[in-house]
Design a protein around this ligand. Structure first.
Ligand code: CDP
Length: 264
């Protein structure tokens, strides 16, 4: 499917996501733009970011990984020594931090995008086991979610976007015409995360990652506000044993892409 010149320009314009300062209180998606919004959810390391990125590249859409926003806020909490149990302080901090997501711009270290927290490059700092262990508690706070969901909706209203997270199809963008829920066996997910993380944190074992992942899935799935679950109309994709290319091929056979091709 060839991407039009116009959509390429739109993607380039959309790449500099100054999400800290850009707020439009009338941030609603119009009926035209919503047609090009794809929501992807699923548990930790199910492959949703890899697939989301590939899909966005294929369609020349913007890629928005909402997990990095929750991770960046968690890092800010840890760096500033804020008590993670102090919900009011965590929410205050969320409202005040400046978050930017930028393209990798020449950095050849495997990053999908660059994350700036108050101007500092924290792309890899948000991927540590310490952030992994604390992010689900921070993400469960209502005020944190309200603030970040607001920023996410503002970004998505530009259309032509693939948005990845836990509650995109159910809460952030329930109007999205295509909702995918990506799953894989817990063991395969832990193995993928172990491969990903072993160069950065050599002492981390597969068993530790597996245990943390199960704990995180439990918190994400049982929290009061926006628990992780598939939307009623989501297409469930099981990626166990499949390569990213096989998964993408499978997704591209969905009717949505025929309709999208015709309307572009
Ligand atoms: O990469 P991985 O799947 O391990 O996690 P992530 O997508 O970076 O998300 C990290 C954490 O942020 C999740 O475990 C959730 O607690 C939280 N999150 C959320 O609550 N809502 C989202 N839309 C995205 C992430």
């Amino acid at each position: 499917m060839a991407a039009s010149y116009e959509s390429r320009i739109r993607c380039l314009e959309g790449l500099n996501l100054q999400i800290g300062f850009w707020h439009d209180p009338e941030g609603v998606l119009n009926s035209e733009k919503i047609k090009s919004v794809i929501a992807i959810d699923g548990p930790a390391a199910s492959g949703k970011s890899t697939i989301g990125r590939m899909l966005a590249n294929h369609l020349v859409f913007l890629f928005l990984d909402t997990g990095c926003m929750y991770r960046a806020v968690t890092l800010a909490v840890l760096q500033r020594g804020i008590d993670i149990d102090d919900e009011a302080a965590v929410v205050d901090l969320t409202e005040s931090v400046e978050l930017d997501i930028l393209p990798p711009w020449g950095k050849k270290d495997g990053r999908l995008y660059t994350v700036l927290l108050d101007g500092q490059d924290v792309t890899w700092d948000i991927r540590t086991s310490e952030v992994d262990s604390n992010v689900s508690q921070v993400s469960a706070y209502k005020g944190v979610r309200q603030n970040l969901v607001d920023r996410q909706r503002n970004l998505a209203k530009r259309g032509s976007v693939v948005v990845v997270g836990r509650d995109i199809g159910t809460v952030v963008l329930p109007e999205a015409p295509l909702k995918l829920y990506i799953i894989a066996s817990t063991e395969e997910r832990a193995y993928r995360r172990w491969i990903e993380q072993r160069n950065r944190e050599k002492s981390l074992t597969y068993d530790q990652i597996l245990a943390d992942m199960i704990r995180r899935d439990r918190i994400d799935g049982n929290r009061e506000h926006s628990p992780m679950r598939p939307a009623k109309d989501a297409v469930i994709i099981d990626t166990t044993g499949l390569s990213p290319e096989q998964i993408l091929d499978q997704i591209l056979t969905l009717d949505y892409f025929h309709a999208l091709g015709e309307s572009r």
